[in-house]
Design a protein around this ligand. Structure first.
Ligand code: NAD
Ligand code: IPM
Ligand code: MN
Length: 360
């Protein structure tokens, strides 16, 4: 019987609501799969600041060390926006602590939700490979320097070639395995780091002669993703550009609540952090109406990647897709279902799909 150790970091805002929903799904999937899942919980972000004075406390680090995968809700909120160390810093510290340099963010229009996309006739189906532990998010020096009568502020865009190499290679491998075009997004017309990014992409391209490669500047890519989303299949880009373009992808499919993601160190079967693309949504937190799809899909990626349970991954993805096709829908999708009502619909679908499979 499979035995899995899951660490749940529910975090702030809607984090507890959407991870709670995903855990209800996990309960049923574990029962079906005959797994024992040991679930531990720890604090991250604002909740951790309140409880421990630190957005990424020592206790959470120790819990990560014991886990075979981590499911995260979201961090942040107005309460902590002026904190000396913000909740978001805890998330970044955790990604770095876990060495999770690759962030995979798939997006597509679900059947039945075509009307929500501003581009409803277009083919919107892609994945963003976002570099996750380098660039402006982590470069040094950073901070404020007080000058006579002025203030200077510095953020550093820093990358090693090896950091670019591994994420671009991962995206090439994915594009090759799925017979897709790779779009590398940079700002090579301005930034030195982007010029090296392009060189690395071109060099790797020689190892992947079957993968068509397109280079795009990030500003043009943002425009083109809206006009011609069908041209984008696999996007690889640095940390900040990936953050921005993945929220844009949320807009393309109709709601940010629909996107899940995997933060991993490149090799399946290893520990990762699985997090919806959205944040803590302070505007709807506590109302019981958050869309838990991103958290449920993150759970699906978790069981597939860290635990090699690909059948369970498929089961969750199908149950979510069928529920989105049939409804009920949460308010972000134009419906009036609660998080709980949608979750129950997903669990029911899960049962149906499971029964169908058992019979056939
Ligand atoms: P957000 O993603 O929290 O919300 C943006 C908009 O999308 C809001 O209108 C929100 O209601 C909506 N939305 C997001 N998720 C939804 C869901 N599951 N269902 C329905 N609607 C949803 O972004 P923001 O408002 O810019 O940031 C709020 C806080 O979250 C900030 O502190 C930010 O730093 C943090 N944040 C955290 C993460 C993370 O923990 N991974 C990611 C992004 C932002
Ligand atoms: C995300 C979030 C985070 C990021 C923030 C909260 C640090 O926006 O995961 O997309 O920028 O990586
Ligand atoms: Mn983001």
């Amino acid at each position: 019987m499979a035995n899995h150790q899951l660490l749940v970091l529910a975090g702030d805002g809607i984090g507890p609501e959407v991870t709670g929903a995903a855990l209800q799904v996990l309960d049923r999937v574990a029962e079906i799969g005959g797994w024992v899942v040991e679930i531990e919980r720890a604090d991250i972000g604002g909740t951790a600041i309140d409880a421990h004075g630190d957005p990424f406390p020592e206790k959470t680090q120790r819990a990560i060390d014991k886990a075979s995968a981590v499911l995260l809700g979201a961090v942040g909120g107005p309460k902590w926006d002026q904190a000396p160390k913000r909740p978001e810093a805890g998330l970044l510290a955790m990604r770095q602590y876990m060495g999770l340099w690759a962030n995979l963010r798939p997006y597509h229009i679900f059947k039945g939700l075509e009307h929500l996309s501003p581009l409803r006739k277009a083919q919107v189906d892609g994945i963003i490979f976002r570099e996750l532990t380098g660039g402006l998010y982590f470069g040094e020096p950073r901070g404020r320097r007080f000058l006579p009568g002025d203030l200077e502020v510095i953020d550093t865009l820093q990358y090693r070639r090896s950091e670019m190499w591994r994420i671009i290679k991962l995206a090439f491998e994915y594009a090759r395995d799925h017979h897709l075009t790779l779009t590398s997004v940079d700002k090579a017309n301005v930034l030195e780091s982007s010029r090296v990014w392009r060189e690395v992409t071109d060099e790797l391209s020689k190892q992947f002669p079957d993968v068509p490669v397109v280079h795009r500047y990030v500003d043009a890519a943002a425009m083109d993703l809206v006009l011609n989303p069908d041209r984008y299949q696999v996007i690889v880009t640095e940390n900040l550009f990936g953050d921005i373009l993945s929220d844009l992808a949320g807009g393309l499919v109709g709601s940010l609540g629909l996107l899940g993601s995997s933060s991993v160190a490149g090799t399946p079967g290893t520990r990762g952090l699985f997090e919806p693309v959205h944040g803590s949504a302070p505007d709807i937190a506590g109302k019981g109406i958050a869309n838990p799809t991103g958290a449920m899909l993150s759970l699906a990626y978790l069981v597939g990647w860290s635990w090699s349970e690909s059948e369970a991954q498929q089961l969750i993805e199908s149950a979510v897709a069928e529920s989105l096709a049939e409804g009920p829908h949460t308010p972000d999708l134009g419906g009036n279902a609660s998080t709980e009502e949608f979750t129950q619909a997903v669990i029911q679908r899960l049962e149906h799909i499971w029964q169908r499979r058992k019979i056939s």
